[in-house]
Structures are given as C-alpha cells and as structure tokens.
Design a protein around this ligand. Sequence first.
Ligand SMILES: Nc1nc2c(c(=O)[nH]1)N[C@H]1C(S)=C(S)[C@@H](COP(=O)(O)O)O[C@H]1N2
Ligand SMILES: [Mo]
Length: 316
Amino acid sequence: MLIRRPPDISPSEITPRSAYLRRRDVLAGGLGLAALAMLPTKKAEAAPLAATKSPYSTDEPATRREDATTYNNFYEFGTDKGDPAANAHMLKTSPWSVKIDGLVAKPATYTLEDILKPVTLEERIYRLRCVEGWSMVIPWIGFPLADLLKRVEPLGAARYVAFETLVRPEEMPAQRGLFQPLPWPYLEGLRLDEAMHPLAILATGMYGETLPNQNGAPLRLVVPWKYGFKSIKSIVRISLVEKQPPTTWQSSQESEYGFYSNVNPEVDHPRWSQATERRIGEGSGLFAKRRPTLMFNGYGEHVAQLYSGMDLRANY
Ligand SMILES: Nc1nc2c(c(=O)[nH]1)N[C@H]1C(S)=C(S)[C@@H](COP(=O)(O)O)O[C@H]1N2
Ligand SMILES: [Mo]
C-alpha cells in the first residue's frame, strides 16, 4: 500500500468533522456507552491547513471559534442563528465541483481539488459585518478570487460576476419546508473590478482548519468591505456576465438590500440604523457594547477608489 504524506492528500479526502461525529454515533451504538467513554474525547476537527500570513489582516483579536461556528446565517439550513450548526452536517461536501461559465475564454467545471491545486492559501483575518448589526473577526484561509477568475480568462464583454449556492433539498432542510425563507438558489453578484480586487477571497478554511459546513464549506466567498450576505456560501457556479445579475436579497426585498451593499454607517437600513455594531463576544442584550461601524467596514483605503464618483445613497 502506498503511504502518502499529508501534502499528497487531497482536501476532499480529509474526514469532515460531521462524518467523524456520525462515525462516533455508529461506534456508540456498537460498543455501548462505556466503550464510548474510553474513546479519545478530543474532537477531531478537520485537518490543519498550512497558510501564509497576509498584510491585509486586521490585528484585532479574533472572535472565539465557538461563536463563529454556532452563530450563523445560512438560510438553507434554517433562519435561527443556531440552525446552521445544528443542521449543516447533512450537507455532503465531497465530491464537490464548481461550474465556471458565461463570458470566459475557458469555461470549465473544476473539482475542488482542481481549484486548489495552483493556489497558495493565505490566512486573512477580516472583520465581517452583518447587515443585522453584529460583527465578528474571523481568521479565514483562502486565496484571491481573482486567481480563479484569471484562469478562465474573462472576455472583454464581461462586467459582472454572478455566484450561486447549491440547491439540494435532501440535505438542506429549509429548501424542503412549507415555509421557504428565500427563493433558491441563493444568488450573489459583484462587479468584475470588485471581484478582481485583492481583498476579495474564496475561503476554504478558518481558524487554521477546513471550513465547517455551517460557515460555507467547501468554498465560500468573503468580501470584507460589504455586508455579510454578499459572502455567499457553498458555491457551485460562477458566471461572468454582461449585465448586473439578480441577487437573492435584492429580489426578495429591493428597498432594504441593494446590489452594492457596501458597509456604510451613513445609509440606514429602512428599519434600523447602520451607524453602530455589536461585536459578537462583547456582551449581549442591554449590556452589549456598541462600536461605531466604519465606512467600507474599515477597508476604505483599499476599496474606496472602486466607487469614486458614485452616489452611495442611490447605489446602496
Ligand atoms: N448560501 C448562503 N450564503 C450566505 C447566507 C445564506 O443564507 N445562504 N447568509 C449570508 C449572511 S446574511 C451572512 S451575515 C454570512 C454569515 O457568514 P458566517 O455564518 O460564516 O459568519 O453568510 C452569508 N452567506
Ligand atoms: Mo448577514
């Protein structure tokens, strides 16, 4: 038998934590509780990912991993913050492929391994600001979205990038319920120059390990200067297009969520202010400390020039 060292093992062969936990259940059934008690109690998290440090990282302290993996928005698994952590183990993330099509010279359907082979993974510690008024600091592991887009060679007519999450009702409970919180598939989009910006990454990991399903495994977008909902999870399709593509939140509530969705403390959501935010882990309820929300979530020195001359009230 061929014994392979870790660098030869492809990401899809690494046992996800959910599969590990299911295996524990099987073991518990077969061996009885006494035997289970003797199994190592240390949780086998997904394998560590090697990543280089990035100058784009914030030096703010990271949110506790426990909070970032149990307080989530991933409506395919339910609308409560705890639903994704409770249900996302049902999602089968391997094998995984992403179709890249539209206005490109080299359309392709890449497996996750194809996508990761040529890239250098970096750790990017970014603030994530949800439109609901809370924020986190998450050490992502990923690579620039631009690296993947360049591989398929966008044509001159391409002006926008459309992203799609999978539709798999057997594995995503909110896609089969009577109450469907959103239309599926979940859709997002960026202007091509936003997508090519070095701050926009595709993440495959966080906290030094492969992404937990509830955070968007195996591949999710992270656009740190925009409200969290732009950072679409579990991506299966990326299309380069000429016209501004529809996005899920815009089509479900046009007056509340625009295409740009840049973090902007000066433009209120119609039902609440966007001037401040609560950092998850810094108290709750009446005692929650509120921080001022920063323009472009604090990334203005890098991205403000993308919007020079634009009215950011009209293009919210
Ligand atoms: N497919 C999909 N992607 C999604 C969402 C979703 O419901 N479905 N929620 C978005 C919202 S509103 C936020 S704030 C972030 C949350 O990311 P996190 O749970 O990793 O913190 O994911 C975004 N990506
Ligand atoms: Mo959000």
